[in-house]
Design a binder for this molecule. Structure first.
Ligand code: NAP
Length: 249
């Protein structure tokens, strides 16, 4: 990994897209710290990494309940063990869908807190190290709905749209220090988030996708792996769409 020590931090790495990203970055030679909301989930991440003989560990982190100073203490602790944080993948996200008129403020706040505000907090913490090192890769997991909109998801689409604005603005702030900031915008991917779809919904959805299938976590992880690689060193402020062609812009 660019001949440097250090580690990649992946939030929401216990399942779905985050787990595939963790495996991809570990396979690419990064030490990886992956987060889960439970101790058990964090332990499973640690076990997965050691099964593959990869350096790294799990971290129990609930982005909706952890303040910045607690997060910072943990990140500095991992840096003592693995060296500076090199790559940050802000992957963890939640959805609390409802039509606008029925959506209560709690559902709005919860999604904004985890999907956007916590990204601001954790990114600031990692950025300090990256600025000192004059190298870093920040990759934010957005969504196709940040671009297309989606009925029933005003909170989620607002948070993910905000993430794209954060991505472009931060890219301009830190580009001169060797740090790239990009987003990945997946379409519909086979994970727990989309498993709730019934067969009719799934068929209607697949009909709208030119590649005629839902994506896989590995499809998304491949893009994250690319953005973290030396080959993507001249790409910043960009949003990579991974949606089988269901939305093109
Ligand atoms: P998922 O299968 O539902 O997994 C969510 C991950 O986030 C889990 O590791 C979960 O940890 C963690 N997480 C949940 N709440 C958290 C919190 N409060 N604090 C910290 N971590 C939390 O999700 P996914 O489908 O892989 O989605 C990953 C990302 O891609 C999300 O940002 C999502 O919005 C985005 N995305 C997904 C799709 C899709 O179709 N699946 C499409 C577009 C974008 P636990 O296991 O401990 O609960």
């Amino acid at each position: 990994m660019n001949g440097k020590s250090g580690f990649a931090l992946v939030t929401g790495a216990s399942r779905g897209i985050g787990q595939a990203v963790l495996e991809r970055l570990a396979g690419d030679g990064f030490a990886v710290v992956g987060t889960a909301t439970t101790e058990e989930g964090a332990m499973r991440i640690g076990e997965l990494l050691s099964r593959h003989g990869c350096p790294g560990t799990g971290w129990m982190l609930d982005l909706g309940r952890t303040d910045a100073s607690t997060m910072e203490e943990s990140v500095r602790g991992f840096e003592t063990t693995f060296g500076p944080v090199r790559v940050l993948v802000n992957n963890a996200g939640i959805a609390r869908d409802d039509l606008m008129l029925r959506m209560d403020e709690e559902a709005w706040q919860a999604v904004l807190e985890v999907d956007l505000t916590a990204v601001f907090r954790l990114t600031r913490i990692c950025l300090r190290t990256m600025l000192k090192e004059r190298w870093g890769r920040i990759i934010n997991m957005a969504s196709v709905v940040a671009l297309s909109g989606n009925p029933g998801q005003v909170n989620y689409a607002a948070a993910k749209g905000g993430l794209l604005g954060l991505t472009r603005s931060l890219a301009q702030e830190v580009g001169s220090r060797g740090i790239t900031v990009n987003a990945v915008a997946p379409g519909f991917i086979e994970t727990d988030m989309t498993r709730a779809l019934n067969p009719q919904q799934r068929e209607r959805l697949t009909d709208r996708i030119p590649l005629r299938r839902l994506g896989t976590p590995v499809d998304v992880a491949a893009c994250v792996g690319f953005l973290a690689s030396p080959g993507a060193g001249y790409i910043t402020g960009e949003t990579l769409q991974v949606n089988g062609g269901m939305y093109m812009s």
